[in-house]
Design a protein around this ligand. Structure first.
Ligand code: SF4
Ligand code: SF4
Length: 165
C-alpha cells in the first residue's frame, strides 16, 4: 500500500533499533521456519493463554548495513510500520517517524482538497513536534503521542491510500 513512499535517507531503520518488536506465536514460527533456527530466547508475556513475544531493540535481524535479514518472514508489525492498531483505544495509530509524518501530511492535503477546507496547520505542527520527540534518544517512549485516527478518519485514510495506487 505504500509503494509510492520510501523512507527518507536521513532515517536509518530507527523503527528496528528504537523500540520493542512484538510478535505472536504464529509469526515466531514463521521466523523459525524461514531462518531454520530454533529461536527459544525471545522474551514473552502471556495473557489469557496467548503469548506475545518481544524482540528487544536493536532488532537481532537487522544487518550492519541496516537491512532486514528476515524480510520475507518479518512480523506484521514490521510490514505495517509506521502504522499500527492500538488495542487499548481500538484506534489506528501512526508513528511519528519521518515516513509517518510525510504520509500524514499528504493525507491532510488530500482531505482538505476533498472538503475544500484549509490544510490543518496545527495538526502538522503537532506531528512535527511528535516526530522530534520520537527521534530524541533521551525521551522516554511513553511521552510520544501517536496520531490516532477515529473510525471515520480511518475510512478517509483508506480512500487516500487507494488514491495513491
Ligand atoms: S519506517 Fe520510519 S522509522 Fe523506519 S526507517 Fe522508515 S522513516 Fe525511519
Ligand atoms: S524483523 Fe526486520 S523489519 Fe522487523 S524490526 Fe527486525 S530488522 Fe526490522
Amino acid at each position: 500500500m505504500l509503494s509510492n513512499y520510501s523512507c527518507p535517507s536521513d532515517c536509518f531503520a530507527f523503527c528496528c533499533t528504537s523500540q520493542d518488536i512484538e510478535l505472536i506465536e504464529k509469526e515466531l514460527n514463521t521466523l523459525r521456519k524461514g531462518t531454520k533456527e530454533n529461536i527459544t530466547d525471545i522474551e514473552f508475556t502471556e495473557f489469557d493463554g496467548n503469548r506475545t513475544y518481544i524482540i528487544k531493540p536493536p532488532c537481532r535481524y537487522l544487518s550492519e548495513s541496516n537491512r532486514c535479514t528476515v524480510y520475507r518472514w518479518r512480523p506484521e508489525v514490521c510490514k505495517s510500520f509506521p502504522f499500527n492498531f492500538h488495542p487499548e483505544t481500538h484506534m489506528f495509530v501512526v508513528y511519528p517517524c519521518k515516513l509517518g509524518v510525510d504520509i500524514c501530511k499528504d493525507f491532510y492535503a488530500f482531505k482538505s482538497q476533498k472538503t475544500n477546507e484549509p490544510v490543518p496547520l496545527h495538526k502538522i505542527r503537532n506531528l512535527e513536534a511528535e516526530s522530534e520527540l520520537y527521534y530524541d534518544d533521551t525521551n522516554d517512549d511513553a511521552q510520544i503521542s501517536f496520531t490516532k485516527m477515529s473510525f471515520s478518519e480511518t475510512i478517509e485514510f483508506s480512500k487516500f491510500l487507494k488514491s495513491k495506487k
